[in-house]
Write a protein that binds this ligand. Sequence first.
Ligand code: ATP
Length: 370
Amino acid sequence: MKQDVVLAVDNLSVVKGGREILSISRLTWHKGEFTAITGPNGAGKSTLLKALAFLEPSRGRVFFNGEHIAGSDKILRARRRMAMVFQDPLLLRGTAMENVAIGLKIRGVRGRQRRQQARYWLDKLNIAHLADRDVRTLSGGEAQRVSIARAMALEPDVLFLDEPFTYLDMPTKAALISELKDLLTETGTTTLMVSHDLTDMPFLADRIIVVMDGSVKQVGPVEEVLVRPKSRQVAQFLGVENIWPGFLRQGADGNWLFSIEKTNCVLTAERGKGRNLTGPEIFTAACIRPEYVLTCPETSVELNAPNVFRGVIRAVFPLGYYYRFKIDVGFNLSALASVTQFPRLPRQGDTVSVFLPPEKIHIFDPVVTN
Ligand SMILES: Nc1ncnc2c1ncn2[C@@H]1O[C@H](COP(=O)(O)OP(=O)(O)OP(=O)(O)O)[C@@H](O)[C@H]1O
């Protein structure tokens, strides 16, 4: 096992109610890495977190800091090096200070030192002024900060976060995410976070694990998973609305050409590294995330450049600082565009130009397109 592997699983399985709800052959987590675990409701994400934290009985082997953890003594020792934060802060009766100090007390840290350490983490989470407040009087965001301070005070090797930002309002969440990122980078804590929110992940995570139906469907760096999903199932879950079946062939310039089925439209896609076409043309599917489709109101854009199309807006959904468009460019396209790109409110029926960057067009592996 590589030196900096903190956690690893080998044939991990969890059975509940007579059904296998989680089955993972192999996975590893490295020191200091932030992993986001995502997937639909009931996929097995929380079960995975709990099994790794030894809070859920499982079969198979879990390795922690290079050691196979089995038996109550080893489990107890491993659990002392881990901490967990849940959706609900789950604070105990008492003050914020008492809550942050509780884990230290259980671990035998003495009075003065305990208070000093607790104060240090309250300060790090920007809630030192709330130290003596009864936790029942705290707001949701403040309570979650106490919960994170309590976990960090244990100086864990691994921090598990199970949807920790769900109940926080946008500004509170944004501030906490930014502070947490700095804190975790500073401490080098290996972190695993269950999240449904795709907006958290690019900022916080190094890697995404997509769990569906109790198994891992894809693991990889954030950008790779979001732009190059392995299957339609993963793509759809990750918000890739533009998926088209069609025929792929080699272009003259080394790029790939993708003809969208039942249209006259051809997309240029960057050729995938190490991917070769086996025949003259293969049937597969292509996709692009809506946020990578560049949309502009100008209709003077040169149309014979690759991947530039002119089309008609079929629907506009205003989303705060963004518009979500459904555009007909000879095929149906979803696009997300900043309001600043449009001098006036775009409407249904308006003509727009779009550009699909070739490096953001992903071609599915034909064997796993369905
Ligand atoms: N005690 C149990 N008996 C039977 N099935 C269970 C039990 N506990 C959990 N499950 C099932 O295990 C599956 C995985 O649950 P889990 O809580 O890990 O999902 P999740 O991905 O975290 O979901 P969510 O996003 O909804 O929180 C679900 O289908 C759930 O119904």
